[in-house]
Design a protein around this ligand. Structure first.
Ligand code: SF4
Ligand code: SF4
Length: 471
């Protein structure tokens, strides 16, 4: 071990008493250090930057991603999803849940460690804290120091930046539900509607408090996922794990000594010092561990310094640590089950997206009365038809009825049905037939809405019945 490494490790022993497991009684000031998993964490966090820019993209004449609640539409690029297609949303939710279960079964709380907004926002907030107030030792000193102009200016700058991020988060989230550019104008000119202020205000409050103050306590006390993860992991799940057999008995390294009786853990507690939730991974898997891998980076850096192989803390399964062979993914029942459900949901979503009809048609046969005997002896049935144009173009249709030869179609508002872009039109249709045309009491028929403009090439069919008197 080099002189420099020895000094650094001795400095860690001096700091180590600060690094304790925290149940909310003190602020965790985790040490930030570079490493493989820290880099992955930055990559994952950078994905969240898209959250701040996506609402400003346009597609055709509207916002590319827009949850238009007043019009009950969801715009995703050029695709518009209507309430009739909401079954796809259920499949998307199943897909997300199963993906989460599958990933957790294979590698633990990857979502918590790398992708969860609580983790990411907290990481951004603590990065700023680190830049403004210094490393964990300096931050702890600053927290207990008397109030001076220097302390006040550092604290003010930090909170100001936290509030700015919170405001940006609040407005951006709200921008997914209304025109993003108009929202900023309304916010700046204080003209935004009450619902927008309530949404923005709530988001600002929760972002500031959760990421700035509560941090890992949100995961401990508020998030249900931490509670249910235990049913998703098993002996095959690979988690950041301390290799007990290799590490124990732990003991401090002393200058010039080479104690063969000791394990590889030099009890520097750096793994605890870098843990954003204050967990000591050497005590075994704990509820507080979000599997971020920071302790792996920390321990690897120590192993490099003491010339011992990396991986004293590493991703490993319980089976692997007990000497058993880890089965391949395709032989693990849990992974197979999750994969099948995942593929089925994915197939359903792809089918739904590629088969969304441009026009939705509903036909309701009037039941009061079921039919009317007309003065000329013919039988009349009345239907209420609702047509929804899901496209951004105006469409014109004619209505055809099949299944009852010679049936007479009467539409009070003319033969041509015009549907405005993304418009809904309800109308009544009367069908008349002579008793000779009816072979039985109930005749199966089919309404067909056919586009007049051949380039539209739309043909929507709906089943119904024509009812007459008993034969
Ligand atoms: S496990 Fe690694 S980082 Fe943690 S105390 Fe032991 S040597 Fe240090
Ligand atoms: S114990 Fe390790 S993997 Fe778990 S949260 Fe702490 S640093 Fe992350």
């Amino acid at each position: 071990m080099s002189e420099q490494d020895q000094k650094e490790i001795e400095a860690l022993y001096t700091d180590a008493h600060h690094w304790n497991i925290n149940a909310g009684e003190e602020t965790i000031h985790a040490k930030r250090m570079p490493g493989r998993f820290r880099t992955y964490k930055w990559y994952a966090a950078s994905l969240w930057l898209s959250f701040f820019i996506l609402p400003y993209f346009r597609s055709e004449d509207h916002q590319a991603i827009l949850f238009d609640i007043p019009h009950r539409q969801f715009h995703l690029g050029s695709l518009t999803i209507w309430p009739q297609d909401v079954w796809m949303l259920s499949l998307v939710l199943i897909l997300l849940a199963i993906t989460l279960f599958a990933v957790t079964a294979v590698a633990g709380r990857v979502w918590c460690g790398y992708f969860c907004f609580q983790t990411i926002w907290t990481d951004w907030f603590t990065w700023l804290e680190d830049k403004i107030e210094g490393n964990p030792i300096q931050r702890r000193k600053l927290d207990t120091a008397a109030w001076t102009v220097k302390k006040l200016s550092k604290k003010l700058l930090k909170h100001l930046l936290w509030i700015l991020i919170s405001i940006l988060t609040g407005v951006t989230f709200t921008a997914y539900f209304t025109d993003a550019y108009q929202l900023w104008i309304d916010v700046v000119t204080l003209q935004a509607p009450l619902i927008a202020w309530v949404t923005i205000g709530s988001l600002i409050f929760f972002t500031y408090v959760f990421a700035g103050f509560m941090r890992e306590q949100v995961c401990f006390w508020l998030c249900p996922y931490a509670r249910i993860q235990s049913v998703m992991v098993d002996k095959d799940t690979e988690l950041p794990t301390y290799d007990l057999a290799r590490g124990e008995p732990r003991g401090k390294v002393k200058r010039g000594s080479d104690d063969n009786k000791k394990g590889d853990c030099i009890d520097c507690r750096l793994c605890v010092g870098v843990c954003p939730t204050g967990v000591d991974i050497r005590e075994g898997m704990q509820e507080g561990c979000i599997t971020c891998g920071m302790c792996i980076d920390a321990c690897d850096s120590i192993m490099d310094k003491v010339n011992r192989p990396r991986g004293l803390i590493r991703y490993a399964s319980r089976k692997e640590l007990s000497g058993e062979t880890l089965p391949p993914l395709y032989k693990r029942p849990r992974v197979i089950t999750y994969s099948v459900v995942l593929l089925l949901s994915l197939a359903g979503i792809i089918y739904g997206l590629t088969h969304i009809p441009p026009v939705e048609l509903s036909v309701v046969h009037e039941r009061q009365p079921l039919f009317t005997l007309m003065s000329n002896g013919s039988i009349q049935n009345r239907y209420t038809i609702k047509a929804v144009n899901k496209t951004p173009q105006q469409l014109t249709f004619k209505l055809v009825v099949t299944g009852l030869d010679g049936v007479n179609i009467k539409m009070p508002d003319g033969d041509i049905i015009t549907l405005q872009p993304e418009g809904i039109i309800p109308f009544h249709v009367f069908l008349r037939a002579t008793p000779a045309q009816l072979k039985k009491k109930k005749t199966k028929i089919r309404f067909i809405l056919e586009s007049i403009n051949s380039t539209d090439n739309i043909k929507i069919k709906k089943k119904s019945v024509f009812i007459g008197p008993k034969k």
